[in-house]
Ligand binder design. Sequence first.
Ligand code: BES
Ligand code: ZN
Ligand code: ZN
Length: 504
Amino acid sequence: MVSIKVVNKKLFEIEADAYGFILSEGFNFSKQLKEFATNFFPDLQKLIKKGNFIGKKSDLLILPITVNNKIVHCFFVGIGTKEDSAITMEHYRRVLGRLVKQVANYNCHSLALQLPPHSFFSLSVEELAEQTVTILDMAAYQFDDYITDADRKKNKLTEVVLCAEEKNKKEIEKGVKIGEVIGTAVNEARHLIDLPPSTVTPEYFVEKAKTIAKEYGLGITVFEKKQIESFGMGGLLAVSRGSDIGPRLVILEYKPKKKASQTIAFVGKGITFDSGGLSLKSPIHMESMKDDMSGAAAVLATMKALAQLKPSAQIVGLMPLAENLIDSKSIKPGDIVQFYNGKTAEIKNTDAEGRLILADALAYAVKKYKPDVIIDIATLTGACSYSLGPFYTGLFSQHDDVVDQIYQAASYSGDRVWRLPMGEDYKQAIRSVVADICNIGSKKIMAGATTAAHFLQHFVEDTPWAHLDIAGTAFDVPNISYYQEGGATGAGVRLLIELAMNWQ
Ligand code: BES
Ligand code: ZN
Ligand code: ZN
């Protein structure tokens, strides 16, 4: 984690390895910059001109200079012109991400940074500080637990000092605190996803949840195989049958001090490894299947953050956990399972396992907690990532007011979603001749992401519900500066936190 300090000093009065200047297109030489130049770099204005730096979106100018006999690096980064505020904000996030990576590349460990004007983004001072710190933390994240070459690990940004005017300092500090909680939560989810799948088993995940519950005062319930059997959760049992490690259902509960009028349930898919089962995946598709618990990791990290941020709603986080492996005890295509709510499903493909474990968890959430809204998050279908690619999470819901709130939270948090259709026409896709429903959709209807959502809908009764498919967005997203290529993104964490904090 990056340590963040807020000081009421001028940029150049701060001791740091690097100075960051974020400038918009056609910027004027501000008082700050002028003072900076007068003190350390009389030719700054000329050099900026020579470097063709005008503050365009992708402009970057790096100048090494001497301050108090020490070589430091100045990073001038452009954010372009003001567009639609959400677009501008995403530019800013990427600029920050790029800045963090560059600063680390130059082996600078500390960075002094002047926040750009908050009005540029249509945000408050506090909100801009929150967003900035979230991204600073996310961009500085590296999964290098298993890298033994010290040279590959040394370039890291560890400290950022933000300059604040006295009148803004309190607000900035407030935003920094929130941003730190969010950024840390996102990175915690990423780390859990990035760890190898033989490490992060259902057992390991449960231990992690217990540690978090204890440290942050969340209620926790863990159901193991025996109880899961006695509940009749046939989906969760079926999927775990190919593994020596039994299934688990972990439930974390956050209760606000003042009795809440609303209860939100989050349900996250926790397949700690998806081989496909007897409907075995090809090597290329299996390669990244340690990420199949990204939904559960997002819910766990969100619960940890909410325990600190304290929303006024009550929040329940349910995480069904299992490994989808092969054994003589594995489920077979043709098997029929019965779920917690009594419904039955024909298994035609053992690789469509996520919906089976979510079905039991959703039905349990509805019956036990009677939530006002239920949102599940899952790396559910390759079809969703084919439709939207790695940049948007698929959103499925027939409740327009829930969709509106999710879109709003997505826009503010930067965790982007795109709504895909549900609707009556698709229902027929999961008809089964021998059971209530089938676990894959018919070839004629295709639309695999939508038909998976329809499967889930059978388990939420009439509770307002939305489904988030993060199959494309959870892992190895290219070309976004604040992510790490080949690693987890923490998709959904920023969104769920924002949603819970503002739920109406
Ligand atoms: N975990 C996968 C979905 C997935 C694919 C996640 C790519 C991340 C990246 C899921 O369990 C799965 O295998 N779904 C099948 C369903 C099909 C058999 C109906 C799929 O999408 O191919
Ligand atoms: Zn699968
Ligand atoms: Zn899966």
